[in-house]
Design a protein around this ligand. Structure first.
Ligand SMILES: *Cc1c(COP(=O)(O)O)cnc(C)c1O
Length: 433
């Protein structure tokens, strides 16, 4: 197939292609990526004199092993030789079964059953459906509302949107469309901060008032990602587990961003030593190769649903359990757990801490924070996205800032020199943006 000249490609892109969170036609020209390998994106046309950019984003948390990894490539090719897809209704196959069993093995022990979804938002939808249907099935149909804390992000389809931060999620656009969920204040900031007893008491009171109508509490554990890149103490997860048990409410952890080591623990729940009743996984699940996500639940949740008046979970995406995605997910998990991944994440963390230390002193910078392989510079003003992105590109790095945040979550395989360059680019972006 002949390649499109870059000018033509960009003209067609602008005329027809909707990009994430963008208007139509787009107002900002995207960079055209020709190929990617290791931690580098190769551009069709130089940007700020660079034809290669170090990827500081892992393609939105996903590509933890970098691009074109020989083991992952081989897993896809191998599976392709057998079948790329078959329906999952009435059929099953080894890649999906292996993956489900593996996820049960590596997540907290009470999680025993796995629904394979085709994207993170759908996994969140399924998690919510599990919780609402559980209460319906056990004779408590009034328990159908959800409680979360502010500052969260759970996806862009409507029910997940209803538990995104009301401002970040632009709830004002959707009055009367989104289900009205309950919001507690943001959890107090800081991974190392002690539990604020006052916050816990108010959360307790809120739950007590609404226990009769609450199906579940849903949060992102330890790291709130796209809602603001904020960190909180694992103590708040223990608080939630305790309050949910006491008030008879299910607990959902959305680990779509935090799963597979990003925060320094394999799952953020592991920092707290607690298990949710339902857990969502996605993003790094396939090492960034293909779209797949999962909702895991306990036997109590599964039994409740399966003994109800509608004893089935009525959900079944066309591409459920996709063999290519499952095969590469299995390979990605083996690759991650087959090495000393904690050392690698720690190494990236140390590099980011060192490299970003100076950024705290810059004018316009409100906060610098690092946890695991995630580094964040928060400005005291909205970032000039084009200027900040170009400043990073000038340093040879791909970053995608948003709101007041310039942040990076590099692939775990990023070498020290490249981590240093990423940190320098974040700093340059903070100055320019
Ligand atoms: C990205 C994300 C989602 C949505 O996943 P998609 O695959 O984009 O639908 C949900 N929850 C969290 C915490 C996420 O980071």
């Amino acid at each position: 197939m002949a390649h499109l000249p870059t000018d033509d490609l960009l003209a067609l892109d602008r005329a027809h292609v909707w990009h994430p969170y963008g208007p139509m036609p787009g107002t900002v020209t995207p960079y055209v990526v020709e190929s990617a390998s290791g931690v580098r994106l190769r551009l069709a046309r130089p940007v700020a004199g660079r034809t290669e950019l170090i990827d500081g984003m892992s393609s939105w948390w996903a590509a933890v092993h970098g691009y074109g990894h020989p083991v992952l490539d081989a897993a896809v090719r191998d599976q392709l030789g057998r079948m790329s897809h078959v329906m999952f209704g009435g059929l099953t196959h080894e890649p999906a079964v292996r993956l489900a069993a593996r996820l049960v093995e590596i997540t907290p022990e009470p999680l025993q059953h796995v629904f394979l979804a085709d994207s993170g938002s759908v996994a969140v939808e399924v998690a919510m459906k599990m919780c609402l249907q559980y209460w319906q099935s056990v004779g408590r149909p009034a328990k159908r509302r959800l409680l979360t804390w502010r500052g969260g992000y759970h996806g862009d389809t409507f029910h997940p949107m209803s538990v995104c931060d009301p401002e970040g999620g632009m709830h004002h656009l959707w009055g009367g469309v989104l289900p009205g969920q309950l919001f507690a204040p943001e959890p107090p900031a800081g991974f190392d901060a002690p539990l604020d007893e006052d916050y816990a008491a108010r959360f307790d009171a809120l739950m007590a008032r609404h226990a009769d109508e609450l199906a579940a509490v849903i949060v992102e554990p330890v790291v709130q990602g796209a809602g603001g890149m904020r960190f909180h103490s694992p103590a708040y997860l223990r608080m939630l587990r305790d309050l949910c048990d006491r008030h008879g409410v299910l607990l959902v952890f959305d680990e779509i961003a935090t799963g597979f080591g990003r925060s320094g623990a394999l799952f953020a729940a592991d920092h707290a030593g607690v298990s949710p009743d339902v857990m969502c996984l996605g993003k790094a699940l396939t090492g960034g190769y293909l779209t797949m996500a999962a909702a895991l639940c306990t036997s109590a949740v599964a039994d409740g649903i399966s003994r109800g008046e509608m004893p089935v979970l009525a959900h079944g995406p066309t591409f459920m359990g996709n063999p290519l995605a499952a095969a590469v997910a299995n390979a990605s998990i083996d690759l991650l757990l087959g090495q000393d991944w904690q050392v690698e994440v720690k190494r990236v963390e140390t590099g980011l801490r060192t490299g970003l230390a100076g950024a705290a002193e810059l004018p316009g910078v409100r906060d610098v924070r690092v946890l695991g392989a995630l580094g964040v510079v928060q400005l005291d003003h909205p970032v000039d996205m084009v200027a900040a992105t170009e400043a990073a590109a000038r340093e040879g790095v791909w970053l995608r800032p948003f709101r007041d945040l310039i942040y990076t979550m590099p692939p775990y395989v990023t070498e020290d020199e490249d981590v240093a360059r990423i940190a320098a680019a974040v700093t340059a972006a903070a100055v320019a943006g």
